[in-house]
Design a protein around this ligand. Structure first.
Ligand code: EPZ
Length: 429
């Protein structure tokens, strides 16, 4: 298994191009199941999760052609042409869905188009139990008959789906995607209240509009969708990855230096950037991105709790915690979205961090020095928090199980080393 070796200490200076958002690319690719026509997606990041979903979609009958070379030196995203002329298989098997939860979101579109679908339950995962009850309640409201058998969701709608008024009791990104995608091919109007407002949901809605669906309230918590019998093909560019943006911003806050994050937008992560500014980091908009600067001086501690968008994202919690390990004082971070998203705490402690956990709250006492050590990645965002800590630490840190990192960060080592970081991948051969 590959490992990443980091020698901490230096400042970062330069430019980092931001990739298309993983968490938008996945549901956008899934949306292509709704039409027999071609859906073209530009700025698709080259990530393990994207490649796995491509395999899953091919299994359902999608033809996928890719423009652009995976090895392109300018780190540009690829263009995917997806055509699901016929859905040849309405089953999404356990072996695939268990490897990536987002593949469960094929349920809504396959059910809406084929009037039946059999999709494996995704199972638990490292960051929490992550149930799918809201997805199923939403689809039942649209007229689906649902049974669970042998670990699979068996969904049927012999007469097709119909519009409904759905009020989610809790904000869920995945349930919003699943119901929004299904509602696009349902008969009549669907209203989703308490919908997730994450920009990636807005990006999917924007693609659906191009495919001919009328949607009101994009970007708000109430979506009003007029379903159609048939959707058209469309061309769409995946929006910038706000979590990758926030991660690199925290890297620069951690190491010091001056880096321009290109091809991204401040408003996608205003809350996280406000928190970063409170730590003493300067955030400035540029024509095509964001400049992050931190000169000498202490990192100020902060008190933060994760919240659905537009609040502070859970997907940046581990990275912020890594930064706070070196703050000048005590920080408090409360995780309100996932109950078990603190697996990085023990690994950060191996580098000398002082973190106390009480239920959903971590109290981080800043230390003067971190020291490099071998550590283990446990999930995608936890693994990048170890990279941040390694870049701040004295001496050498090796991060094991980097396949977690490859699920969601495109060419991380290359982007960082171009700005002067001492980081390399040790290939297991
Ligand atoms: C999406 O996961 C993201 N994944 C996650 O990013 C992100 O952390 C999460 O949203 C929250 O922002 C993708 O976009 C591919 P949820 P999702 O449904 O949709 C509970 C990453 O690192 N819930 O919004 O699975 C759930 O247990 C990943 O890129 C129910 O109770 O998250 C959680 O506590 C990790 N019942 C909360 O809602 C349900 O039916 C929010 O989960 C569904 C969810």
């Amino acid at each position: 298994m590959d490992r990443i070796k980091i020698v901490g200490g230096g400042e970062l200076n330069g430019t980092i191009p931001i990739s298309g958002a993983k968490n938008a690319a996945l549901p956008l690719m899934i949306a292509s199941l709704l039409t027999a026509d071609r859906v073209t997606l530009k700025n698709v990041p080259n990530l393990a999760d994207v490649n796995l979903l491509a395999r899953i979609l091919r299994n359902h009958g999608t033809d996928l052609a890719v423009d652009g070379k995976r090895t392109s030196p300018n780190l540009q995203g690829e263009t995917f042409h997806l055509t699901a002329r016929d859905i040849v298989d309405t089953t999404a098997p356990y072996e695939m869905v268990s490897r990536m939860r987002a593949s469960f979101w094929v349920l809504g579109p396959i059910l809406a188009r084929m009037r039946q679908a059999k999709v494996s339950l995704p199972g638990g995962c490292a960051i929490g139990t992550r149930p799918v009850d809201l997805h199923l309640t939403g689809l039942k409201a649209l007229g689906a008959e649902i049974e669970i058998d042998g670990g699979y969701v068996l969904a049927k709608a012999p007469k097709g789906l119909h519009g409904a008024h759905i009020i989610f009791p809790k904000v869920s990104v995945g349930a919003t995607h699943n119901v929004l995608l299904a509602a696009a091919l349902a008969k009549g109007e669907t209203v989703i209240e308490n919908a997730a407002r994450e920009p990636e949901v807005g990006d999917v809605a924007a693609l659906l509009v191009k495919m001919g669906v009328q949607i009101e309230g994009i970007g708000t918590s109430t979506l009003r969708i007029q379903g159609r019998d048939r959707l058209d093909g469309a061309i769409h560019t995946v929006l910038p990855d706000r979590i990758e943006t926030g991660t690199f911003a925290m890297v620069v806050a951690a190491t010091g230096g001056d880096v321009v994050l290109e091809d991204t937008r401040i408003e996608l992560l205003q809350n996280a950037l406000d928190v970063l500014a409170a730590t003493g980091t300067t955030v400035t908009p540029t024509a095509s991105g964001i400049r992050i600067t931190r000169r000498k001086g202490e990192i100020e501690p902060v008190t933060v709790e994760t919240q659905p968008y537009p609040g502070f994202p859970t997907d940046l919690q581990a990275q912020l915690m890594a930064l706070m390990t070196r703050a000048h004082g005590t920080s408090v971070i409360r995780e309100t979205i996932f109950e078990n998203r603190f697996m990085h705490v023990q690994e950060l402690a191996r580098l000398g961090a002082d973190i106390q956990l009480h239920g959903d709250t971590a109290t981080i006492k800043g230390v003067k020095h971190l020291r490099g050590a071998p550590v283990m990645a446990t999930d995608l965002r936890a693994s990048v928090s170890l990279v941040i800590a390694g870049l701040m630490a004295e001496g050498e840190t090796t991060v094991g199980r980097v396949y977690h990192l490859d699920r969601g960060f495109e060419r991380l080592e290359e982007k960082l080393s171009r700005c002067g970081a001492n980081i390399e991948r040790l290939s297991s051969g």
